[in-house]
Design a protein around this ligand. Structure first.
Ligand code: AMP
Length: 397
């Protein structure tokens, strides 16, 4: 099977892409890049496998009005010019919510797309963009194999106790359960963990995916046992703009006493809260760290305290902790946040080496720490590409 696999990861204001050789089994893309700032001031950047920037001068005009779908069309045209003669074998998409129906990577048909559409209310920030990307590719090349890879999929190994809410059984049976997200990121960490931990990778591990969206996953045998996100990607940790866990009574109060409607509450929970809401300054951790304002410091402190509290809540699923792994934008880059989280976990035997932490070293725990603490970059694109290769191989067999 010669040719390429394109991966698309459509976020709320960005579109990441990578082009992988369909035959080579390595994790390095031939081309990768992103359109950042969609809806505001979009910018396109791309680089080759060695890291050298690629010429983007011939990319079409982007403006504040450019939609995700229009951005994808420009990207596909640009790729067609830069890919050379290599045919595209498949396009793999990150799709945030697979609901009850989908866990394994799935070839997209009209019926699959229609079912994924019903999940839009459960992931309003992401699912519409994920599906817009699929539709844009289908309009461009209807014959092209498209594969949906689900952020919820990795958590299907969890047992029932980790998944159900204390709601009436009929609602549980309807699918109102904890699905969990960031599964592609956790899948990547689970794959590379033995490179860093050897046999301890099979032990009791918590992975902290700390980016604009943030969650924790408790793994044993590199399988998900429990996670902090639930029915939607709102639950659990404080995030860039999302509130994380909230007393549901607050929602009743907002509706009853302040007369707030669904759209207003959705905006409050998904866009006005989290680091942004608490600080009143920014959703961006780097900006908050540089701010020095007491509100920014409080937002960072709350982020760290809640991360440690939620982590502690996952420990019964594991019965202890052998390793803690930080990943994603904040997890990989913010020494201050890692230190602040670990400072709440000394009672667990977590001890950080300040110098290693400051350098974003792979191992940041001290020699005497009872828990290995690691910093491991995530790579959702590599997981999507591997899933596409596997499905293409199956189809060819
Ligand atoms: P992600 O969603 O994984 O791209 O992560 C985005 C988050 O990572 C934003 O809050 C960034 O401010 C944060 N981040 C990225 N680099 C740094 C850094 N060097 N220091 C602190 N936070 C960072």
């Amino acid at each position: 099977m010669s040719g390429d696999i394109l991966t698309l990861n459509a976020g709320s204001s960005s579109l990441k892409f990578a082009v992988f050789d369909a035959e080579a089994r390595d994790r390095t893309p031939r081309i990768s890049g992103m359109i950042a700032g969609i809806g505001r001031a979009p910018e396109f950047s791309a680089r080759a496998s060695g890291g050298a920037p690629l010429d983007t001068g011939d990319f079409g005009a982007l403006g504040a009005e450019t939609s995700h779908a229009e951005g994808i069309v420009l990207l596909l045209d640009w790729l067609a010019r830069h890919q050379g003669e290599r045919p595209l074998q498949a396009v793999g998409h990150r799709v945030v919510h697979g609901g009850k129906g989908f866990s394994a990577p799935t070839r997209v048909t009209d019926a699959v797309l229609a079912e994924l559409e019903t999940l839009v209310p459960l992931a309003p920030l992401h699912q519409p963009h994920n599906l817009a990307a699929i539709r844009a590719v289908a309009a461009w090349r209807p014959d092209l194999c498209q594969i949906a890879c689900f952020d919820t999929g990795f958590h299907h190994t969890q047992d029932r106790l980790s998944r159900i809410f204390a709601l009436p059984r009929a609602l549980t049976d309807e699918g109102i359960i904890r699905y969990g997200f960031h599964g592609l990121s956790y899948d990547h960490i689970a794959r590379v963990l033995p490179e860093h931990l050897g046999p301890r990778a099979e032990g009791r591990v918590i992975v902290a995916h700390l980016g604009n969206g943030a969650s924790l996953c408790a793994m044993k045998g590199r399988k998900s046992l429990a996670t902090s996100m639930g029915f939607t990607a709102l639950d659990g940790l404080v995030m860039g703009r999302r509130c994380g866990s909230l007393d549901p009574g607050v929602l009743l109060y907002l509706m009853q006493s302040k007369g707030m409607g669904v759209a207003e509450i959705e905006d409050l929970l998904y866009r006005q809260s989290g680091l942004f809401g608490v600080s009143g300054i920014s959703n961006n951790m780097r900006v908050l760290e540089q701010s020095g304002a007491p509100e920014a410091d409080e937002a960072i402190a709350l982020f760290a305290y809640r991360a440690a509290s939620v982590l502690a809540g996952l420990l019964p699923a594991l019965g202890g902790l052998d390793a803690l792994v930080f990943t994603a934008g904040i997890g990989e880059n913010s020494a201050r946040t890692r230190q602040a989280i670990c400072a709440h976990l000394g009672w667990l035997g977590v001890e950080v080496d300040a110098a290693a932490n400051a350098e974003n070293a792979v191992r940041i725990s001290s020699d005497g720490s009872a828990v290995d603490v690691l910093v491991v970059p995530t790579d959702e694109e590599a997981v999507i590409a591997a899933a596409c290769r596997a499905l293409l191989d199956d189809a060819a067999a």
